[in-house]
Design a protein around this ligand. Structure first.
Ligand code: NDP
Ligand code: 8X3
Length: 262
C-alpha cells in the first residue's frame, strides 16, 4: 500500500458532495489538502473541521475552474510548501437541465462543457507538468456512468462525461513512460447537491432522483478514490465503476416505496 501521510492532495469541487467527502477521506489518511471551489466560505468551514478532527493542514483556493488564467495563477502562486502536488482529484463538475437536445439551453451546454471538460483540462494542464518534472503523481478523474452510457435528455452532460473518459485514456497514454498513474472513478447515483444544481435549486424536481432507493453516499465514492491513490506504485487502477446495488444502468433503477434513500 502507498501511504498518504504528508502527501499533498489537490481536490477540485471540495465544497460539496463527492469532493468534500474525498477531502475528509484523504485527511483521515494523513494527507495535506489543497481544496478548491468557488464557495470559499464552505472551504473555510471544511478546513477548520479537518484541522479539529485530524490536525490536517489545508490550503484553500477560491477558484472557478472554467477560467484558465485563474487556474494558472492559483497554481503558480502556491506557497512553496504546497507546490509539490502528489495527488490530483479532478472532481469539480455539474449537470444543468434535462432537455431534448434540440430544445436545450445554450447556457446550460456552455456551463457543462466549460466545467466538466475544459475545467478538468485547465487544472490538469497547470498541475501535471510539476508531476512530470518530479517523476511522481496520481491523477484521479471523477467521471460517471454517464461517460459509458447515454440516457434520454442527458445528451450534453453524458457527452461531457464521455469526454472525461476519452481524456483520461489519452492522458494515460501520454504518461505511459512515467511513474504517474491516471485513474478514473465513475459513479452511478450519489446523493449530493448534483440534482439540485441540475434543476437550478428546484428541490421538488431534484428529490425524486434519490427517492425510494439506497443511493451511494459521497463517502462511498471517496473510499474508491482513496483506494486508487493507496495502491502500490506499480498498480494503476485505470477505471473503477461504482453504482448503488439497486442501479443496473443509467436508466434502470429499482425503487421500493419503503426504502429510505439515506
Ligand atoms: P455537488 O454539486 O455536490 O458538488 C459539485 C462540486 O463541484 C462543488 O464543490 C462545486 O463547488 C464544484 N464546482 C462546480 N462548478 C465549479 C467551477 N466552475 N469551479 C470550481 N468548482 C466547481 O455534486 P457531486 O459531488 O455529485 O459532483 C462531483 C462530481 O461527481 C461531478 O464531476 C459530477 O459530474 C460527478 N458525478 C456525480 C454523480 C452523482 O450522482 N452525484 C454521479 C457521477 C458523477 P462550487 O459550487 O463551490 O464552486
Ligand atoms: C451523474 C450520474 O446518471 O445521474 O453523473 O447522470 S447520472
Amino acid at each position: 500500500m502507498t501511504p498518504l501521510s504528508d502527501n499533498i492532495v489537490l481536490i477540485t469541487g471540495a465544497s460539496s458532495g463527492i469532493g468534500l467527502a474525498c477531502a475528509k477521506a484523504f485527511a483521515h489518511h494523513g494527507a495535506r489538502l489543497i481544496v478548491a471551489a468557488r464557495r470559499k466560505e464552505r472551504l473555510e468551514v471544511l478546513a477548520k473541521e479537518l484541522k479539529q478532527m485530524h490536525k490536517t493542514d489545508s490550503h484553500i483556493i477560491e477558484l472557478d475552474v472554467r477560467n484558465y488564467s485563474a487556474v494558472e495563477n492559483a497554481m503558480k502562486s502556491l506557497p512553496k510548501e504546497w507546490q509539490e502536488i502528489d495527488v490530483l482529484v479532478n472532481n469539480a463538475g455539474l449537470s444543468r437541465g434535462l432537455d431534448k437536445l434540440y430544445e436545450g439551453s445554450i447556457q446550460d451546454w456552455d456551463e457543462m462543457i466549460d466545467t466538466n471538460v475544459k475545467g478538468l483540462l485547465y487544472v490538469s494542464r497547470a498541475v501535471i507538468p510539476g508531476m512530470v518534472a518530479r517523476n511522481k503523481g496520481t491523477i484521479i478523474n471523477i467521471g460517471s456512468i454517464a461517460g459509458h452510457e447515454v440516457y434520454p435528455k442527458g445528451n450534453v452532460y453524458c457527452a461531457s462525461k464521455h469526454a472525461v473518459d476519452a481524456l483520461t485514456k489519452g492522458l494515460r497514454m501520454d504518461l505511459v513512460d512515467t511513474p504517474i498513474r491516471v485513474c478514473t472513478v465513475d459513479p452511478g447515483l450519489v446523493e449530493t447537491e448534483f440534482s439540485l444544481v441540475r434543476f437550478r435549486g428546484d428541490a421538488e424536481r431534484a428529490a425524486p432522483v434519490y427517492q425510494n432507493m439506497k443511493t451511494l453516499e459521497p463517502g462511498d465514492v471517496a473510499d474508491a478514490v482513496v483506494f486508487c491513490a493507496t495502491r502500490p506504485a506499480h498498480v494503476q487502477l485505470a477505471e473503477l465503476i461504482i453504482m448503488p446495488t439497486n442501479q443496473g444502468s443509467t436508466t434502470l433503477v429499482h425503487r421500493t416505496p419503503t426504502t429510505q434513500s439515506k
